[in-house]
Design a protein around this ligand. Sequence first.
Ligand SMILES: NC(=O)c1ccc[n+]([C@@H]2O[C@H](COP(=O)([O-])OP(=O)(O)OC[C@H]3O[C@@H](n4cnc5c(N)ncnc54)[C@H](O)[C@@H]3O)[C@@H](O)[C@H]2O)c1
Length: 364
Amino acid sequence: MSAKKWKVAVVGCGTFANDQYFPNIAKEANAVCVAACDIVPERAQSACEKYGIPEWYTSVYEMLEKCDFDIAIDATSIQAHHEVNMAILGAGKHLISQKPAAPTVELLTEQIELAKNKGVKFVCVPIHPMRFDLAVAKQMIADGAIGELSYIKCNVAHGGPNYFQYRDADPTWFFEDGAGALVDMGVHGIQIVTHMFGPAKKISCLAAVTTPERTVRSGKFDGKKIKADKIPDQYFINITFANGKIGFIDTGFSQKASKQPQLEIYGSEGTISLTSGYMQNPMPSVYMDAPERGIRGWVEPMTWTSIPKKLISQCCCLRDIIEAIEGECDPMLTPEHARHVLEIMCKIPEAVKTGATVELETTF
Ligand SMILES: NC(=O)c1ccc[n+]([C@@H]2O[C@H](COP(=O)([O-])OP(=O)(O)OC[C@H]3O[C@@H](n4cnc5c(N)ncnc54)[C@H](O)[C@@H]3O)[C@@H](O)[C@H]2O)c1
């Protein structure tokens, strides 16, 4: 851990911040949370009381004016990200942004340029590129464990934020313009497959609204009905990667349960299969077809050269940004990768509407 104690401010004191950020800031790095900010004062105040944070604010602008901190974490609702991120970067503070950091590629490029101009580090989650199981799987692929890559298949979905998460904040915004299943869930699948197979070249997609009216099933808003008929809640995304390989992502808010692995990678000489419980740092399951060595079946993987770091929490992005600041290097969770993922998400409505394959322009 570093010698300097990093001062962190969290903007958006909702479900995710309380679940993953506030309780883990001091565990993940030599860091302390010095401020909590939320447009709902009770949420900022309650975070301060619960986690012993000295300052609270109801406006990011006031926080930037009055609070002495180094790194901000934007955990606000999706629609607020761009404005909050621009304010933080514009003030010359290092930033971790929840996903997606902006609604369009152009606006995310503005954020990336601003971060560069101000000389600050900018990290965009999700955190999948920091995952232990993906690091082991990547290493196995590089070492030829499953031969020549054939394709990748990802299933990342749940029953919707109204369904399984205990929430004190009203989840209605997840079903309104600017949010939806693609940017909230699809983003995970797209980041995972592009992390494993590299940048995408083109996409096509099917989508549907499976559940036009939803009911909140727990928390303060238990029983509330939400109209959810404007944005699809289920997507089947086909990807052709720049390396010529293909992939498929099943994503949305329409799986109340599933026994599918989150990720499978198929090769000419085997399969790598990953369960979805990635916070437990599972080892991938590996099937090898190696008749010359008398092996055909599921085998135990090992890490050949270096052992990747295990995840403690989704606040690991704080470790990533601090290592990038101190090492004067790029973080693992780069905004350029996030921009490529965002371009795919922005082009999916066109692919769905036309039924055509859509070419991509960005890379990382
Ligand atoms: N695994 C994951 O990566 C994961 C899981 C859940 C949520 N998320 C993401 O985390 C973010 C927050 O989601 P959540 O589930 O905590 O939502 P939430 O509704 O529980 O919390 C969002 C909070 O942001 C506050 N807020 C909105 N605009 C603001 C502004 N301008 N300034 C300050 N505060 C503001 C709201 O009042 C609310 O308290 C979203 O981007 C969501 O996609 C990520």
